[in-house]
Design a protein around this ligand. Structure first.
Ligand code: CMP
Length: 143
């Protein structure tokens, strides 16, 4: 079963949107297999966003993602990588469709509430960066 890494950013945590965001993925039918509130070190943030290190906004991105706690999660389900990106919406919340998380709650490209892995390779890399194997709790739904 496919897995992806999703992270409620400091703006989403501080605006009290963790529950709303989790509800959307639960309602879609995906399964939460790991979750924790955590404060990223600069090192971890720079590694996580390494592909953007030449971008002009890299410093701002690392400053923001380390400015407060994030809620890191792993979700499991069929096509969860692609589908979760649809639920999250376009990177720039101004362009994100209504009904998506960013389209409904965001206005700023930096403070866009949530990060989601963009490919199977990124998902594996990001899950391993934020979670140890024993933090992932896989289970079958019985009710
Ligand atoms: P995310 O999906 O976490 O991946 C990279 C992040 O870079 C992206 O969401 C945005 O929050 C951020 N980003 C992209 N473009 C800009 C920009 N022009 N200014 C600030 N941050 C940006």
């Amino acid at each position: 079963m496919e897995r992806t890494y999703l992270m409620v950013k400091p703006d989403g945590v501080q605006r009290g949107l963790i529950g709303e965001i989790i509800s959307r993925f639960e309602a879609k039918g995906f399964t939460l297999v790991a979750g924790k509130l955590t404060q990223l070190s600069r090192d971890l943030a720079e590694t996580h966003y390494g592909e953007h290190k030449e971008r002009p906004f890299f410093g701002e991105l690392v400053d923001f993602i380390t400015s407060g706690p994030v809620f890191a999660m792993v979700w499991e389900g069929e096509n969860v990588i692609k589908s979760s990106r649809t639920l999250v919406g376009s990177t720039n919340p101004i362009e994100a469709s209504p009904g998506t998380i960013r389209g409904d709650y965001g206005v700023h490209v930096g403070m866009n509430l949530i990060h989601g892995s963009d490919s199977p390779e990124s998902a594996v890399r990001e899950i391993n960066l934020f979670f140890t194997e024993d933090e992932l709790v896989s289970y079958k739904k019985t009710i």
